[in-house]
Design a protein. Structure first.
Length: 453
C-alpha cells in the first residue's frame, strides 16, 4: 500500500512539474516518493534484471549513457533511463515513476541507468542489475569521496559473479575488477596521434590490487592507457574485446574491427565512451558495430560539454569539466596544447560547492602537466573566478609563464570576461569555466543578436 501511495504521489508531482516547467524535476518526484516508501524502486513490476545496465565511474557516465540510449533507440529498442543525469537513487526512482503505469508496471526492452559510483551499492540493493559498466575510478570530489581507492572498496562487493562487467581495459582500477571474474567484456582505445607520455615528476598511481606502482607505457587520457603493475598481474590486455582504432581526428573517423564510424566529437576523451557504447550495444542488445555505426552520425551529446561560441570575429571553444578532477583538466590542457595556432587561454577554475561547508581545493591544477601548453603559441592567459583566480595564476607562474602574460579578475562577471577576450589580438579562444558562467555568456550573446536584428 505504501508503494501505491508513493507511486501516485510521485506521479502527481511529475504532472505538476510538467505544467510549471518541463525542463525541471529530474529527481524531485523520486526524492519525495522515497520518503513514503524507501524501498519503492524494488517494488516496480516488470523489470527483467538481465536487461538492466548500470553505468558508473568518475568520468564519462552521462555521455556513455546518452550514446547507448541513442544507439538502442535508433535500432528500434525501447529504453527507460535517467538521461537528465540525476544518478542517485531518487533519479532512478523518478525515471521509473515517469515510465510506469498507475499500478507500478514498467515496460521496456532495456533499462539503462547512469549511477553515482559512491551510491551504486545502495541503488543495487533495490535494483540488482545483471550488467555493470565501469568507465574509470579517479580522483574526484575529495570532500565526499575521499580517494579513488575508497570508492573502489565500496564498489568491489557489487562486482559478483552473477553480474556481467563491462570494463575499461586501460584504466587500472576498472580493469582490476576482471581478476577472477568469469563474465567480463573489455573495451579500449588504440594508441593514436594525441596519446602522450608524462615527463618525470608527475605522480602515477598505486595498484588497487597490491598497492605497488602502476607504470604506463603511454596515456590516451590522463590516468588511462596501456599499463602494468610493477608487482602483480594487474595489467591492460594487448587488445580489448572492443577496440577503437585507426583514429583520424581531422576527418572525424575511427574503426571498431573493420567497421568505420563517424566521430561525433573529435576529442580524445570521447573515444572510450564510443568504445563502451559499441560493446554494450552488441553484448547487451545484439546490435552489431555496423548497425551501431549508423547511429553515430546524428548523436548529440549532453549540452555544455564541448561547445563553440561566436563572439564578434572570435571563436570561443568552451570545455566544460568537473572542477574536482585532475584527469579532465589534463585532457583539456592536452587539447589546447595540440592546437599549434596562436591562442588565448581563459581559465575560470572555481571553488568547489558540492556540499556545505564549501571549500577551495586547487590540487587538480597542481597534479596536471601544463608544460606542453606553455610551450605553444599562447598570446595571453586570463585567470578568473571569485576565489581561485590567484591560485590558477600561481600554477602558471610555477610552470614558467611570464606574469606579464597573465591577466587576473576575481569575478565571473560575463562583461569582464568578454572585455578581456575583446582585447586579445587572436581570434582563437579556449575557455574552461563552470557551466552556469558559460550559459550566462551564451545568453548575453543571444540577447545582443536579438537586439541587432
Amino acid at each position: 500500500m505504501k508503494f501505491i501511495i508513493a507511486l501516485w504521489f510521485g506521479k502527481l508531482i511529475n504532472f505538476l512539474i510538467n505544467i510549471i516547467d518541463k525542463t525541471r524535476g529530474s529527481n524531485f518526484s523520486g526524492e519525495k516518493a522515497l520518503r513514503i516508501d524507501g524501498q519503492m524502486v524494488a517494488h516496480f513490476k516488470g523489470i527483467d534484471y538481465d536487461k538492466v545496465l548500470f553505468i558508473t565511474g568518475t568520468n564519462g557516465k552521462s555521455t556513455t549513457n546518452n550514446l547507448i540510449n541513442h544507439i538502442l533507440k535508433e535500432n528500434g529498442k525501447t529504453v527507460i533511463s535517467n538521461l537528465e543525469g540525476a544518478n542517485l537513487l531518487a533519479g532512478v526512482a523518478t525515471a521509473l515513476l515517469k515510465a510506469s503505469s498507475l499500478t507500478g508496471h514498467v515496460k521496456a526492452d532495456y533499462f539503462i541507468f547512469e549511477t553515482d559510483e559512491r551510491f551504486l551499492p545502495i541503488i543495487y540493493k533495490q535494483l540488482p542489475a545483471k550488467n555493470i559498466l565501469v568507465t574509470n575510478l579517479q580522483k574526484d570530489q575529495v570532500q565526499r569521496n575521499g580517494d579513488p581507492d575508497f570508492i573502489y572498496r565500496k564498489l568491489a562487493p557489487v562486482m559478483g559473479q552473477d553480474v556481467r562487467l563491462f570494463l575499461n581495459n586501460e584504466e587500472p582500477r576498472a580493469k582490476s575488477f576482471a581478476t577472477g571474474h568469469d563474465r567480463v567484456v573489455t573495451y579500449g582505445v588504440e594508441r593514436h596521434s594525441d596519446s602522450f607520455i608524462k615527463k618525470e615528476g608527475f605522480p602515477t598511481m598505486a595498484c588497487p590490487v597490491c598497492h605497488h606502482k602502476i607504470e604506463f607505457e603511454y596515456y590516451n587520457n590522463d590516468g588511462v592507457g596501456q599499463f602494468a603493475c610493477t608487482n602483480c598481474d594487474n595489467h591492460s590486455e594487448a587488445a580489448a574485446d572492443y577496440v577503437v582504432c585507426d583514429v583520424d581526428f581531422e576527418n572525424r573517423r575511427f574503426h571498431v574491427g573493420d567497421v568505420e564510424f563517424f566521430m561525433p566529437y573529435n576529442v580524445p576523451y570521447m573515444l572510450y565512451n564510443y568504445a563502451a557504447a559499441v560493446a554494450v550495444a552488441k553484448e547487451l542488445a545484439g546490435i552489431g558495430p555496423a548497425d551501431a555505426a549508423k547511429a553515430f552520425g546524428n548523436f548529440k551529446n549532453v549540452g555544455g560539454r564541448f561547445e563553440i561560441l561566436k563572439y564578434k570575429d572570435k571563436t570561443i571553444k568552451y570545455m566544460r569539466i568537473k572542477q574536482e578532477n585532475p584527469e579532465t583538466l589534463q585532457t583539456c590542457i592536452n587539447i589546447m596544447a595540440g592546437d599549434k595556432e596562436r591562442k588565448m587561454v581563459c581559465l575560470g577554475l572555481c571553488p568547489l560547492v558540492d556540499m556545505i561547508p564549501h571549500y577551495t581545493n586547487t590540487f587538480y591544477a597542481f597534479d596536471c602537466d601544463f608544460s606542453e601548453l606553455v610551450a605553444t603559441d599562447v598570446e595571453k592567459y586570463f585567470c578568473f573566478s571569485e576565489r581561485v583566480c590567484y591560485d590558477t595564476a600561481n600554477r602558471l607562474i610555477y610552470e614558467g609563464v611570464d606574469p606579464s602574460m597573465i591577466s587576473i579578475a576575481d569575478t565571473e562577471d560575463v562583461d569582464t570576461i568578454f572585455k578581456e577576450i575583446d582585447a586579445a589580438e587572436t581570434d582563437n579562444i579556449y575557455m574552461i569555466t563552470w557551466l552556469h558562467t558559460y550559459e550566462h555568456m551564451q545568453k548575453k550573446l543571444h540577447l545582443e543578436e536579438k537586439e541587432d536584428a
